[in-house]
Ligand binder design. Structure first.
Ligand code: KIV
Length: 272
């Protein structure tokens, strides 16, 4: 099908904002490679996040801290090659934007130039606002990320629910308003009380996408490998597994091993 005859409209930062206005929920998932990104896009997901969770699910690291900018660009360009409709957002990895807004801008420019992605995501509020501002001056759309911010795991010490106390909740609301007024086009809220997330979504005009933040927000995001049941060690309360691919995949591979060993594969019709 040529670009001119395609039946869908590409999702843009403006169209997700329109979705919030219309009250239409936004479906977002992560992807890190060509094959799965193609399925995610064709199944109708609005926003694909090339998350730094690639550090965990693709590379097997315990945290998101080790993944590098070049590795994120490799994953993002694989995803971009697969996607026709969704908006592709890429995480700026740990160490590529904090504390130095010039470096933040050059990291974001590398992602946009080398991967062809449409926007970047940064973790944090007032602490990183000069980086956010500088990236925005280059015309690069920025998605914020508040609440549980895994790049700060060694500051928090645990992956438990954030902003349960009034002081942290108030700071989170201020940060969300600050990200909005600075020009972010959307915000992810991770693992915070549903009531607080609902308050934030009502307080800002930009879309708020939740993960472990209840259903009073404008959309949801999950890590693809978790919702497909490819990972099975990780079972937070907010995770709904739509498939159980760990069992299906290992079962299929076990069967293949048996068939090879018993000479059941290949059979007559599977050879030349
Ligand atoms: O890296 C990631 O997958 C994320 C989501 C959990 C929002 O940031």
């Amino acid at each position: 099908m040529s670009a001119a005859t395609k039946e869908f409209k590409k999702v843009t930062t403006a169209s997700v904002q329109e979705m919030k206005k219309r009250g239409e929920k936004i479906a977002m998932l992560t992807a890190y490679d060509f094959t799965l990104a193609r399925m995610v896009d064709q199944a109708g997901v609005d926003v694909i996040l090339v998350g730094d969770s690639a550090s965990n699910v693709m590379a097997g690291h315990e945290t998101t801290l080790p993944i590098t900018l070049s590795q994120m660009i490799y994953h993002a360009s694989s995803v971009v090659r697969a996607v026709e409709r969704a908006l592709v957002v890429v995480d700026l990895p740990f160490g590529s934007y904090q504390g130095n807004s010039k470096e933040a801008l050059s990291s974001a420019i590398r992602i946009m130039k080398e991967s062809g992605a449409h926007a970047v995501k940064l973790e944090g509020g007032s602490e990183i606002i000069t980086s956010v501002k500088r990236i925005l001056t280059a015309g690069i759309p920025v998605m914020g990320h508040l609440g549980l911010t895994p790049q700060s795991i060694y500051k928090f010490g645990t992956y438990t629910v954030r902003a349960k106390e009034e002081e942290e909740a108030e700071k989170l609301i201020e940060d969300a308003l600050l990200l909005e007024s600075t020009g972010c086009f959307a915000i992810v809220l991770e693992k915070i009380p549903a009531k607080l997330a609902t308050r934030v979504a009502a307080a800002v005009h930009i879309p708020v996408i939740g993960i472990g933040a209840g259903n009073g927000v404008d959309g949801q995001v999950l890590v693809l490998h978790d919702m497909l049941g490819m990972t099975h060690e990780f079972s937070p309360r907010f995770l709904r597994r739509y498939l159980h691919l760990y069992e299906s995949i290992t079962g299929g591979i076990r069967q293949y091993c048996e068939d090879v060993k018993s000479l059941n594969f290949p059979n007559e019709s599977e050879q030349y």
